[in-house]
Design a protein around this ligand. Structure first.
Ligand code: SF4
Length: 378
C-alpha cells in the first residue's frame, strides 16, 4: 500500500483546550462499528454516560441543542478522552483532521484545513509544498477501479501542481492554465480520448499557452461589469449550500452586503484594486497563501475524478473556492477599516472549509454550481 502525504503533515499537533474552535461541534460524528462494540462493553461509573451519549441506532454521538458533542465539556475538552484515554476515541475522532482519499492500493492523506491549527500551518507555509510517499505492506483490489484513468489523473495532477507552484508567473496566469488543462482534459474524456490527455499536458507546458492566458486576462482586464456580476452571482451560490453553522449564514450576509449591495461595478473594481495594493504592501503573503490553498484543493480532490470522470468540476471547485475566500477576505478587510492580520485569514479558511468540505451534500452541490465558470476564461 502506498501512502502519499504533504511534507508538513507531521508538524500537526492538536492544541485541544487552546483551540479557538472545536472539532466536536457543528457536525455529526459517525462512530465506527469497532468503537461501538467497545463502548457497549464500558462498565463502571462512565457506563451510564456512555449509554446516554451515543445514538446507537444512527451510530453517532448525541449532541446538545448547540450541536456540541455530548462528551464535550465546557472547557472544550473531551470527557471520553479524559476518562477512558486516547484509545477510547472512535475512528473519526482519532483521525481528524486527517482526510483520507482512497484509491486501489493508495491512500492519500491530507490535513483538513477545517481544523484551525492545520489551516495555521498551511497559511504560514512559505515554501512550495511537496508530497512524500511511503510504501507499507498490504495489497488490495477494487472491483470497478480504472487504474489507467487514475494514472492519467496522477500525471495531470503533477503538472497542475508544478504550474501552480511556478512563482515566476502571476497566480492569475497559473490559475488560467489550470482551468485550461481541466477543460481540455474533460473534453477528451467526454469523447473517450483518454489516450490523448498527454497531448493536453504537453500543450500547456509550452510558452504559447502561457502567452494565450496572458492575452485572455488582458482582454478581460477592464470588464468591470462582468467581473462584478460574475463574483456576485458566484457568491450568491453559497446560499444554495447546506448551512452547517448558524454563524456561517451571518458571515455570508455580511460579506454580500459589504461587497455587492452598496457598490456599483466601478466602485467594486476600485475597492478591489485598493485591496490588492494593500495586500501587496502588507506583510501577509496572500499570493502564496492562495497558491497553497489551490494546491491543497487540487491534491485532495482532483484524483477523485477516477470515480466520476468529472475533472473540470474538481479544477473549478479549487479555483472558485480560492476566489470566494478572497471575496470574504476582502469583506473582512473592509470591516476592519482596511486592515487584516494573519488570524483573520486563518479564521476564514477554516470556517469555509468546515462548511464546504465537511458536507458531502455541499461538495456535490459545489461541483454542480460550476458550469458558469467558463465566463471568465473561455
Ligand atoms: S479543531 Fe484541530 S486543533 Fe482544534 S481541537 Fe480539533 S483537532 Fe484539535
Amino acid at each position: 500500500m502506498l501512502y502519499i502525504i504533504p511534507d508538513y503533515y507531521k508538524e500537526f499537533q492538536c492544541i485541544a483546550g487552546d483551540c479557538e474552535d472545536t472539532c466536536c461541534a457543528g457536525w455529526q460524528i459517525v462512530v465506527d462499528e469497532k468503537s461501538l462494540g467497545r463502548y457497549r462493553k464500558v462498565r463502571g461509573s462512565f457506563r451510564r454516560r456512555m449509554l446516554k451519549s451515543v445514538n446507537w441506532r444512527h451510530k453517532t454521538f448525541r449532541q446538545n441543542e448547540d450541536r456540541r458533542c455530548a462528551f464535550l465539556n465546557d472547557n472544550n475538552l473531551c470527557d471520553l478522552y479524559s476518562d477512558l484515554g486516547r484509545e477510547s476515541l472512535c475512528r473519526t475522532c482519532r483521525l481528524y483532521p486527517r482526510h483520507i482519499e482512497e484509491f486501489e492500493g493508495v491512500r492519500e492523506i491530507t490535513l483538513s484545513v477545517s481544523c484551525p491549527e492545520a489551516a495555521r500551518i498551511l497559511m504560514n507555509r512559505m515554501e512550495p509544498v511537496t508530497f512524500l510517499t511511503v510504501e507499507r505492506e498490504g495489497e488490495e483490489e477494487y472491483p470497478d477501479f480504472d487504474p489507467f484513468l487514475y494514472s492519467k489523473l496522477l500525471d495531470a495532477r503533477e503538472v497542475l501542481i508544478q504550474i501552480l507552484q511556478n512563482r515566476d508567473l502571476p497566480l492569475k496566469v497559473r490559475t488560467g492554465l489550470l482551468y485550461g488543462i481541466g477543460r481540455d482534459m474533460q473534453r477528451r474524456i467526454n469523447h473517450q480520448e483518454l489516450f490523448s490527455c498527454d497531448e493536453v499536458l504537453e500543450k500547456y507546458k509550452k510558452p504559447e499557452a502561457t502567452e494565450f492566458v496572458f492575452g485572455k486576462l488582458a482582454q478581460n482586464k477592464n470588464k468591470y461589469e462582468e467581473q462584478y456580476h460574475f463574483s456576485r452571482e458566484m457568491f450568491g451560490k453559497l446560499y444554495e449550500l447546506e448551512i452547517l453553522k448558524e454563524d456561517w449564514y451571518v458571515q455570508l450576509r455580511e460579506t454580500e452586503l459589504r461587497l455587492y449591495a452598496r457598490e456599483t461595478p466601478e466602485e467594486y473594481a476600485e475597492m478591489t484594486k485598493e485591496f490588492q495594493m494593500w495586500m501587496a504592501e502588507s506583510e501577509l503573503p496572500w499570493e502564496i497563501q492562495k497558491e497553497q490553498l489551490l494546491v491543497y484543493f487540487i491534491f485532495t480532490y482532483f484524483c477523485g475524478a477516477v470515480y466520476d470522470g468529472q475533472i473540470l468540476s474538481k479544477v473549478q471547485m479549487a479555483i472558485l473556492s480560492v476566489q470566494l475566500l478572497e471575496e470574504m477576505v476582502k469583506a473582512c478587510w473592509l470591516r476592519n477599516e482596511r486592515i487584516l492580520v494573519m488570524e483573520d485569514i486563518i479564521d476564514l479558511v477554516y470556517r469555509y472549509s468546515r462548511e464546504v468540505e465537511h458536507s458531502d451534500i455541499n461538495l456535490r452541490r459545489m461541483e454542480k454550481l460550476m458550469p458558469h465558470y467558463h465566463k471568465l476564461y473561455d
